[in-house]
Design a protein around this ligand. Structure first.
Ligand code: ADP
Length: 858
């Protein structure tokens, strides 16, 4: 295939023929006919307005390649090419190139259809070769190029329009998105529970200015509508000092151009003051701050909590520091971690000194073991707290008693962290306890001595007790009690303890002389109740001086043992250091001495009393023996009476009766009367003897007690007195039933007979005896008693004689009026005494009597 490219014609050469007035056009000629191409060149070169450059191709293939290189303003295409038909080429060209220029089809013969096909496919015009003229061609080319240019311009304009439109749409979308974003942001700003505001910064003065944004939280808290707040300065909205604080922070921010976080205080609308944590940051425009934006959160509760915590910590620290007791934190190994002032005072160390040692260092060695044992138990979890009294060694090396209470604090891992120790100074209490203990001991000592006094034990035992107790009360090297025997002029060591008590031991007797000096002084200077003396004041040759010579003992206190005005002895106490003895102890020793003196005196009296008692006992025994002897004699006498007196009496009675009966006729009236009196006197004598025997028997015999039916007894007595009753026509009424009484049948019968016979006997002449006998129950507080009474209508008894008639031989009447022996009631009284009961009478003269006996019911 041949390719042609026409050379530029010489007049087209830009260096030679380049006319500055002509415009340039490039025409591509695609035609296999050289002639036709030459015709077209010639036609166009005549153009006065344009200068043409021709690019020529003979085949379609060549033309397609060339097109890319030359970019013609227009193509003149032959309809029939050797390798393409013009329509096909057109389609191919348009497919291959995007930018294509105008194209005019030139064909050998005219055909409407083809022309239409070409126009439809983008050709600009269609010419038949032989009908074309230079003018037509130039015109057509000029028109098509202009058209194409217009078309291109139009296309370009359109493309620009589209692009701008797209840009506009894009920016519109961005704008919408931004609006949406802003909307969200302002919603956040509005609703976030944080105060948000923004204010201008004045460009020239660099001072914070008017607010231009306040969110809802702001409006709510300050109860201000947005419209009211916007445009106002802080000064217009807040109290001056608050606004000044804001401004100060704002100025810091403006000066530094950096965000700041600060705490600001502000009043809410309800008047409460709140603290806000405020974050402020600047907004810039061209490097200059134009606004300040602030975000503030109410931290009042946290602040309050913080303040409270601070206060509580302060309080705690103050409590710790100013506590009236020592408080410390102690490490598990015993090291002091924190100590308060009071503890320092108690132990006499400074804080720094204490913190460099352990509690073990200042604990008294005797108390350490107990304390460490507690620590071991608390660390082992066996106990949670402990309390003990112990001693610390102060810095000045003095001991101090404290009460310690300890508890353990564990860390978050439940491991022992530290101990809390509370240390209370109890030295005063301990001193008080000690003094109480002493007082108690003193009291108990005195009590011991009192007990000894009461027991009135032997003086030596008393002295030994006192010496022992004194040694318990105070420290003395030697104590002894010496008693004086003024008659024998000796002294005895009653009890001793301490130095040389093996030599100067109990019971040792020494001459009274050696104490003379002491005794004289005690008598003369005993103002205090004691004296102090020295060994040198005792005679050098005395046992005392010799024994104590080489000891350390020199000074002793001598307390007199005074009982009334009698110096019984001395209590001596020897001290190596006499100045250590206190006034209190001296007072106590004085008390002991006076008690001791009483005890010794008491013991002496007791011994004396014992002696008296012994003497008395001996006397009683002697008297008893004498009485028994008399008693025996009395018994013998009674026996004599009963037997020896009764026999002659019976003889008198018998002979008097015989005299009456056998010699009655020989006797005159007086003789008769003498005989009768003799008989009656003898009978009376017999009666008296009987009664006396009965009475004395009562005193001697042993009585068996049992329950006795009084009814039986009363009936027997009535029987016994039947003759008398009949003789006197006595009326006897028994108030039945009659009870029983503890007693003895025989004795009770004797009693009732006596009472009944008296009731019959002691009535005025010619009066019929009216007698009532009954029993009654007497409720005694201890037991129930039975009372038997015998009531008569007799002569009665004067009150003043009522006791007397119970004695032996006591009678109120002569034998003529009322015969008797005067022993009956004495027998009743004695009988009731022997039965363990009582006997009595209620009577009025002329109105009868009521005699009663009272005994146990069971
Ligand atoms: P005696 O009857 O033998 O005189 P008693 O000892 O029985 O001795 O009585 C002492 C005295 O008490 C009597 O002498 C009498 O004076 C008085 N006496 C005793 N019983 C009665 C009585 N029932 N009424 C009045 N006097 C009485």
């Amino acid at each position: 295939m041949t390719r042609y490219m026409t050379e530029r014609s010489p007049n087209l050469d830009p260096t030679a023929n380049n006319s500055p007035t002509k415009k340039l056009r490039t025409v591509m000629l695609i035609d296999d006919s050289e002639v036709d191409r030459a015709v077209y060149r010639r036609y166009l070169q005549t153009d006065a307005e344009y200068q043409y450059t021709f690019v020529e191709a003979e085949t379609g293939e060549e033309a397609l390649e060339l097109y890319a290189q030359c970019q013609p303003d227009i193509i003149l295409l032959d309809y029939l090419l050797p390798d393409f038909d013009g329509l096909e080429w057109l389609v191919q060209w348009q497919r291959q190139y995007k930018n294509f220029c105008s194209l005019i089809v030139l064909t050998g013969q005219g055909d409407e259809n083809i022309a239409v096909q070409f126009i439809k496919n983008g050709a600009a015009d269609y010419f038949v070769k032989d009908r074309i003229t230079p003018e037509k061609l130039k015109l057509a080319i000029g028109k098509e190029i202009a058209l194409k240019k217009l078309q291109l311009e139009k296309q370009d304009l359109f493309a620009k329009l589209i692009s701008r439109n797209e840009k506009l749409e894009r920016s519109n979308r961005l704008y919408q998105a931004e609006i949406a974003q802003r909307d969200k942001l302002s919603k956040i700003i509005a609703n976030v529970p944080v105060v948000i505001y923004a204010k201008y910064v004045d460009a020239t003065s660099k001072q914070p200015g008017k607010l231009w944004l306040v969110n809802q939280e702001f409006q709510q808290i300050f109860k201000i509508a947005e419209a009211e707040a916007i445009g106002k300065t802080d000064r217009e909205l807040f109290p001056p000092h608050i606004a000044d604080d804001f401004a100060a922070n704002d100025r810091l921010l403006i000066a530094s151009k950096q965000p700041i976080t600060t705490e600001e205080e502000v009043y809410h609308a309800d008047g409460t003051l709140h603290t806000y944590l405020s974050f402020k940051f600047p907004l810039f425009s061209e490097g200059e701050i134009t606004s300040i934006v602030g975000m503030a959160t109410d931290i009042t509760p946290e602040k309050q909590a913080q303040t409270e915590l601070l206060q509580s910590e302060t309080r705690f620290r103050q409590t710790f520091e100013q506590a009236a007791v020592g408080i410390a934190h102690v490490a598990p190994d015993g090291k002091w971690l924190r100590v308060n002032q009071k503890l320092c005072q108690i132990v006499g160390y400074t804080k720094e000194e204490l913190l460099s040692i352990t509690f073990q260092d200042i604990t008294h060695p005797e108390d350490l073991h107990t304390d460490l044992e507690y620590v071991r138990q608390i660390l082992a979890g066996a106990i949670s707290t402990y309390s003990m009294e112990k001693r610390y060694i102060r810095k000045d090396e003095a001991y101090i008693w404290i009460n310690l209470t300890v508890s353990l604090v564990s860390d978050s891992n439940d491991e022992p962290d530290y101990f809390i120790a509370v240390i209370e100074d109890i030295s005063d209490r301990k001193a008080l306890e000690a003094s109480l203990q002493k007082s108690w001991q003193r009291l108990s000592n005195l009590h011991q001595i009192d007990k000894a006094i009461l027991a009135a034990v032997k003086p030596q035992a008393i002295a030994e007790t006192v010496i022992k107790d004194i040694q318990n009360l105070l420290t003395c090297q030697r104590a002894s009690i010496v008693t004086f025997d003024w008659e024998r002029e000796t002294s005895t060591i009653l009890a001793t303890q301490g130095v040389k008590d093996d030599v100067l031991n109990n019971g040792l007797q020494v001459s009274l002389d050696i104490w003379q000096g002491i005794i004289d002084r005690l008598e003369n200077e005993d103002k205090q109740g004691y004296i102090t003396a020295h060994l040198s004041q005792l005679p050098k040759s005395s046992e005392m001086a010799i024994a104590l010579e080489n000891t350390k003992l020199d000074c002793f206190f001598a307390f007199p043992l005074n009982s009334q005005d009698n110096l019984l002895g001395i209590l001596k106490l020897w001290f190596e250091e006499p100045e250590t003895i206190t006034t209190e102890e001296l007072t106590m020793l004085e008390e002991i001495s006076s008690q001791l003196a009483i005890a010794l005196e008491q013991a002496r009296l007791y011994k004396q009393t014992q002696n008296y008692a012994l003497e008395l006992e001996a006397k009683v025994a002697q008297r008893t023996a004498q009485i028994e002897e008399i008693n025996q004699e009395l018994k013998a006498f009674t026996y004599t009476i009963s037997h020896d007196l009764k026999a002659p009496l019976r003889a008198i009675q018998g002979f008097a009766s015989a005299l009456q009966e056998d010699y009655g006729d020989n006797l005159d009236d007086l003789g008769q009367e003498y005989a009768a009196r003799l008989i009656s006197s003898a009978w009376q004598m017999t009666q008296l003897i009987e009664d006396l025997l009965a009475y004395s028997r009562l005193c001697r015999i042993e009585i068996q007690l049992k329950s006795v039916d009084l009814e039986v007894i009363v009936h027997r007595a009535i029987e016994q007195l039947q003759l008398e009753i009949e003789r006197t026509q006595a009326n006897i009424i028994l108030v039945e039933p009659l009870s029983s009484m503890i007693g003895n049948k025989t004795i009770l019968l004797q009693i009732v007979s006596n009472l009944l016979s008296n009731a019959i006997k002691f009535v005025p002449p010619k009066v019929q005896p009216q007698i009532r006998i009954g029993t009654e129950i007497i409720m005694d507080s201890a037991e129930t008693k039975i009372r038997l009474w015998v009531e008569d209508n007799g002569i009665g008894i004067d009150r003043e004689h009522q006791k007397r008639i119970f004695q032996v031989f006591e009678r109120l009447h002569g034998n003529e009026a009322y015969p008797g022996t005067g022993i009956g009631l004495a027998i009743v009284k004695k009988s009731m005494e022997r039965l363990g009961g009582r006997f009595g009478v209620e009577s009025n003269p002329g109105k009868g009597s009521r005699f009663w006996i009272e005994g146990r019911q069971r």
